[in-house]
Design a protein around this ligand. Structure first.
Ligand SMILES: C[S@@+](CC[C@H](N)C(=O)[O-])C[C@H]1O[C@@H](n2cnc3c(N)ncnc32)[C@H](O)[C@@H]1O
Length: 242
């Protein structure tokens, strides 16, 4: 099966079953589903989670493998990802989730606090790059053996880069910093997209952060389903915790 691609260089046929065809099909699905806002559809154990199913599955794999003592999440929104992380930790039998959000809305706060998994979740209402949040997290993670960080708050390049600089040191050796929504880079061309997303996005922050940095490696294993909001988003800390 072939489909036609039209670009500045003219029109050409691409085989759906080639590597290029698969990548293009994934990109088309992401763009069309982003336009339809499908990432707002899933719930996890009753709480809305702003993620695509593939990305939920990949986080489940990573948490099950790492068995972290603490998962720090910036950007909580309704709390679905915090509940997802807590649910895997509950099955593992240890660990806590620290969720930081600049604004935890009343009804989200009530829903998270009244959830059966709330005992594994601490919410902090702060700017993720502010001193208060960072110092509180430092106190919590300091003595922990395995710390995993997921960054999913403000998706501007500058904010994500600052988060990576501030939260990267909390990640323990061998563990990961997951930087979400790098796919924003390809969404500038959506009807409702913004031209500035082409440069101003989490993927650009990731690329800047890892350039010439041998403390971290991008682990593409967790991007193998191809349809993902988090391209190059799984950064493994290969150097020791500073
Ligand atoms: C994409 S949503 C998070 C989705 C959530 N992680 C999930 O998977 O369901 C982004 C959240 O980041 C929060 N946010 C935006 N800027 C922030 C900042 N500077 N510090 C902390 N949170 C921020 C917003 O309030 C919003 O709730």
């Amino acid at each position: 099966m072939k489909f036609w691609v039209e670009s500045g260089d003219g029109k050409r046929a691409v085989d759906l079953y080639s590597d290029e065809g698969f990548k293009l099909a994934a990109e088309l699905w992401l763009k069309a589903s982003c336009h339809r806002k499908l990432m707002y559809e899933p719930t996890w154990l009753g709480i809305p989670i702003i993620q695509y199913p593939n990305d939920i599955v990949m986080m489940q794999e990573l948490i099950w493998k790492l068995r972290p003592d603490v998962i720090v999440e910036t950007g909580v929104a309704h709390g679905g990802a915090a509940i997802l992380y807590a649910s895997i930790l509950e099955l593992i039998g240890k660990g806590e989730v620290i969720g930081i959000d600049i604004e935890i809305r009343k009804y989200n706060d009530i829903a998270i606090r009244s959830h059966p998994l709330s005992k594994r979740i601490t919410l902090i209402e702060e700017n993720s790059t502010g001193n208060k949040a960072v110092e509180r997290i430092r106190g919590i993670v300091e003595a922990k053996r395995t710390v995993l960080v997921a960054l999913d708050s403000n998706h501007s390049r500058a904010h994500v880069l600052r988060e990576m600089e501030l939260y990267g040191p909390f990640v323990t050796q061998g563990s990961y910093m997951v930087v979400m929504d790098g796919a924003q880079e390809m969404m500038w061309s959506l009807p409702e997209g913004k031209k500035e997303w082409r440069e101003d996005n989490p993927l650009k922050a990731i690329e800047e952060f890892v350039a010439g940095n041998d403390e971290w490696r991008i682990d593409t294993y967790y991007n193998r389903l191809e349809v993902t909001s988090n391209p190059k988003g799984f950064l493994q800390k290969v150097g020791a915790r500073k």
